[in-house]
Design a binder for this molecule. Structure first.
Ligand code: UD1
Length: 421
């Protein structure tokens, strides 16, 4: 198994190009199942999760071709006849559940294994299920699989989500594009990835309004056609690399970055004393001399502070001046990075969904274990600020969500390498 070795200390300077968004792409790919005509995605990130979704779609009978060194996916579901998403593929990644809505819309039936994915909480699927049931689907759980049937086809419905779940909004949105009549999703997720999916679906002929707000209205159409769509910039990769100069010092430009993708996160960084400048190509981030100030953070659905940046922000707070309180409100078990950061000398106390971090002057390098995708990268960030060598083990989590991570950090002068054990 590979490890990543980071030697901390130096300030970082240079430029990092931000890739297409993993989470947007994982929702856009299943949209191919909604049409007989080709769907082509550009600006695709090269990640293990994208390979897993490719494998899943292929198992359903879709053609998926990776072009331009993996940055373009040419898909066609013309001959996709299978409606069963098998456990062996689905267990690798929770986002596999995003084929449920499209399969139901296309075949009137779907059998989808309950997913696996990062071990960061219970992550049930009740909201997906209730939404599709409201549209006329009958769904039951048997042998670890969701068996869904829409005997008379899907019909438009008024759906109020108990919580603005990203995945449930995406599943219902996709299913509703081909349903009879109008669907209204209330308390819908407002994440930029939802708007990206809606933009792509509109390019395929869907009639959708209100994406980006809490109420999305979808008028079902007979059929969708082909389209080509560029995947939106990855705001989580953006935020992660913005934290590199914040932690290690220096000045880094993130090309493709936009402030409106991370409003609450940018505000918190500025409150901590980090400078963010909008440039013609992206965002330039720098840390003035001296220590960063502690800030309190509470994760929330968009436009709030993203849970997917909580671990990385905690790494920054480990060396900030003062005490920082981090509340995790989205997932119940998302502080697994805390004990690893403590191995590096961080002072953290975790109680339920709250972590209290007392900043120390300097972290010390140590062998640490990556426990999930975002936790892994938080340990690399901490390593950049630590004295000596940090060895991050189990880095396969990173390959799921960060393209060319070593190359990108090296590009801004970080002392980092990947070794095979
Ligand atoms: C997506 C992102 C993930 C991010 C998360 C929250 C993808 C591929 N993944 O995951 O990176 O961390 O949004 O921003 O886009 N919930 C229920 N019932 C449901 C569905 C969800 O109770 O049916 C709960 C979950 O347990 C969790 C919360 O809602 O506590 C948020 O989940 P959700 O927004 O659905 O996250 P995902 O779409 O799985």
């Amino acid at each position: 198994m590979d490890s990543i070795i980071v030697r901390g200390g130096g300030a970082l300077r240079g430029e990092i190009p931000i890739a297409g968004a993993k989470n947007a792409c994982l929702a856009l790919m299943p949209a191919t199942l909604l049409s007989d005509e080709p769907l082509t995605l550009t600006n695709v990130p090269r990640l293990a999760d994208i390979a897993t979704m490719t494998q899943l779609l292929q198992s359903l009978g879709a053609e998926v071709q990776s072009l331009a060194d993996g940055q373009v996916l040419a898909m066609s579901s013309h001959d996709a006849r299978n409606h069963v998403a098998e456990y062996d593929i689905v267990r690798k990644m929770r986002a596999s559940n995003l084929v449920l809505g499209p399969l139901l819309a296309r075949h009137g039936k779907a059998v989808v294994s309950l997913p696996g994915g990062c071990a960061i909480g219970a992550r049930p699927m009740d909201l997906h299920i209730h939404g599709l049931q409201a549209m006329g689907a009958e769904i039951e759980l048997r042998d670890g699989y969701l068996h869904a049937v829409a005997r008379n086809g899907l019909k438009g419905a008024e759906i109020e989500l108990r919580f603005p779940s990203v995945g449930a909004t995406e599943n219902v949105l996709m299913a509703a594009t081909l349903a009879r009549g109008t669907t209204v999703i209330r308390n819908a997720a407002r994440e930029p990835e939802i708007s990206d999916l809606a933009t792509c679906l509109r390019a395929m002929g869907a009639r959708i309004e209100g994406d980006g707000t809490g109420t999305i209205i979808i008028e079902g159409v007979e059929r969708l056609h082909g389209a080509t769509h560029p995947v939106i910039v990855d705001r989580i990769e953006l935020g992660t690399y913005m934290l590199a100069p914040a932690i290690a010092g220096g000045e880094v430009e993130l090309t493709g970055g936009r402030r409106e993708l991370l409003p609450a996160f940018c505000e918190k960084l500025e409150e901590a004393g980090i400078e963010i400048e909008e440039t013609a190509d992206g965002l330039k981030v720098s840390r003035p001399n001296g220590r960063v100030r502690s800030v309190d953070v509470e994760t929330a659905p968009f436009p709030g502070f993203p849970t997917d940046l909580q671990a990385q922000m905690m790494a920054l707070m480990c060396t900030a001046e003062g005490v920082s309180v981090l509340h995790e409100t989205i997932f119940e078990n998302r502080f697994m990075h805390a004990p690893e950061l403590m191995r590096m000398g961080a002072q953290i106390e975790v109680r339920g969904g709250t972590a209290t971090v007392t900043g120390v002057e300097r972290l010390k390098g140590a062998p640490v274990m990556a426990t999930d995708l975002r936790a892994s990268v938080s340990l690399i960030l901490a390593g950049l600020a630590a004295e000596g060598e940090t060895v991050v083990n189990r880095v396969y989590h990173l390959d799921r969500g960060y393209e060319h991570v070593v190359r990108k950090f090296r590009g801004i002068g970080a002392d980092i390498e990947r070794v095979s054990n």
